[in-house]
Ligand binder design. Structure first.
Ligand SMILES: [Zn+2]
Length: 441
């Protein structure tokens, strides 16, 4: 085949490429796996596939810094294939996957397994995150240099917090040598143990054990000081509490290398949802629905407002899904026994766009928080449509309404509190490396 057979011309979309300050109607030509040109009236090379994107928003493929693909070990919840099918259906072309698998991603062989399996699936690009400590037990550091050489883009014990301050210090020091960020799941277990939902009036009304914001804030405060001590790059996963933002904001003012992410659910949902909610005349969420159980828990209105402000002013760098698929049996039980997590990589765009439809974010901000901004945090390729960048593209209709039907999700995880809820904004097609890997039927 000649090079032109590997060309795709995406015509007449509204191209938003925040890294280059582009927001204009244009064509995007992809060739030989990279972005060849963005501009008006491009002609299609012979043999190229042409896709009409009139009325659609065309952006760099979305970049997710935080997803659980569950393989190896929990293939009944998700596999690398089902997770990346879900990712590309949600517009994500790059997915960083967390190491809380079985075995944990704490060896070069495990990192290589994930990369090989993802390549064989041929959908989204998968960037494994290596474990900070052996077996994610929080004691001895993993062989971080070997993991980095095998392709780990960052290190985390996500699912668990690195509690030991000395271990966290050493991890940050070592991260300077391997030049990868340390991603902390900030949760002081001595405060959160037994906690089911945010500590506050809702927990009191429902009789569920509370999980105070301070469980997160105290760890963030400590870790910011360790970032100051070591000069290393600390990335705070899934910030949920307003108080954490003050520490992160001050850390940035001090010039520390501290970055942070927020999930779509913490930006849009509150603990009130655990009391039950009527989405519409036909759909409802009963109280104590285990699909609302997530770590960290959904917080209160004031936290949600503070998270949005922080995302807008740059205190929070980007959106990351924390896609956490579970099997039905993990959630089909009483609230206190249910697993934590929401399957959301396919609803992430619609959730974040709900903020645009409410007038709280503009479209360029939505796109930046899911493309250029996350890519910059981990220094990943992609997230832009610059000439020569990977030919990774998402195209979506920001107004198209759809009803979330868990059974239609590509993810094996049907655990979403948005079941029956209408979202506005749907991905129509996704391109990875110049190949169309998803098209909405
Ligand atoms: Zn986590």
């Amino acid at each position: 085949m000649n090079g032109d057979a590997h060309a795709v011309l995406i015509r007449s979309g509204r191209v938003i490429d925040p890294a280059n300050g582009v927001d204009t109607t244009a064509d995007v030509l992809l060739r030989d796996g990279v972005v060849a040109e963005v501009g008006p009236g491009l002609s299609a090379p012979a043999g190229a596939r042409t896709i009409d994107a009139m009325g659609l928003v065309v952006t760099p493929g979305f970049v997710d810094l935080h997803a659980h693909l569950r393989e190896p070990g929990f293939e009944h919840k998700e596999t690398i294939r089902s997770g990346t099918e879900a990712a590309v259906a949600g517009g994500f072309t790059s997915v960083c996957c967390m190491p809380n698998t079985e075995p944990a991603l704490d060896t070069a062989a495990a990192i290589e397994f994930v990369r090989r399996t993802a390549r064989a699936a041929g959908l989204a690009r998968v960037y494994p995150i290596g474990a900070i400590t052996r077996g994610r037990k929080g004691r001895e550091l993993s062989e971080m240099a070997e993991l980095a050489a095998a392709g780990a883009v960052a290190f985390s014990d996500d699912g668990d917090c690195v509690h030991d301050t000395g271990v966290m210090r050493h991890a940050l020091e070592y991260s300077l040598i391997v030049r990868r960020p340390i991603v902390q799941h900030a949760e002081d277990k001595s405060l959160s143990a037994g906690g089911q939902i945010n500590e506050g009036p809702v927990a009191a009304r429902l009789g569920l054990e509370g999980w105070p914001r301070q469980a997160e804030e105290i760890v963030v405060a400590r870790d910011v000081e360790l970032a100051a001590l070591t000069g290393a790059h600390l990335h705070v996963a899934h910030v949920s509490a307003a108080g954490s933002l003050e520490y992160i904001r001050k850390a940035k003012q001090r010039g520390l290398r501290v970055t942070a992410e927020v999930t779509p659910h913490h930006l849009t949902l509150t603990d009130r949802l655990v009391e039950g909610h009527w989405w519409s005349a036909t759909a409802s969420l009963p109280p104590y629905d285990t699909s609302t159980k997530v770590n960290p828990p959904l917080r209160a209105e004031e936290d949600v407002a503070a998270l949005l402000e922080a995302l807008k002013d740059g205190t929070i760098n980007c959106v990351a899904t924390d896609h956490a698929p579970h099997a039905e049996t993990d959630k089909h039980c009483e609230y206190a026994l249910a697993a934590f997590g929401i399957s959301n990589i396919e609803t992430a765009l619609g959730s974040v766009l709900s903020l645009m439809h409410a007038g709280k974010l503009d479209l360029a901000q939505v796109v930046a928080t899911m493309t250029s901004r996350p890519a910059a945090v981990f220094n990943l390729p992609g997230g832009t449509l610059s000439t020569g960048a990977p030919a990774d593209v998402a195209a979506f209709d920001p107004d198209r309404e759809w009803c979330v039907n868990p059974q239609q999700l590509r993810s094996k995880g049907k655990n979403t509190p948005l079941a029956g809820h209408f979202l506005r904004g749907q991905v129509l097609f996704t391109v990875v490396g110049g190949e169309v890997v998803f098209e909405l039927e």
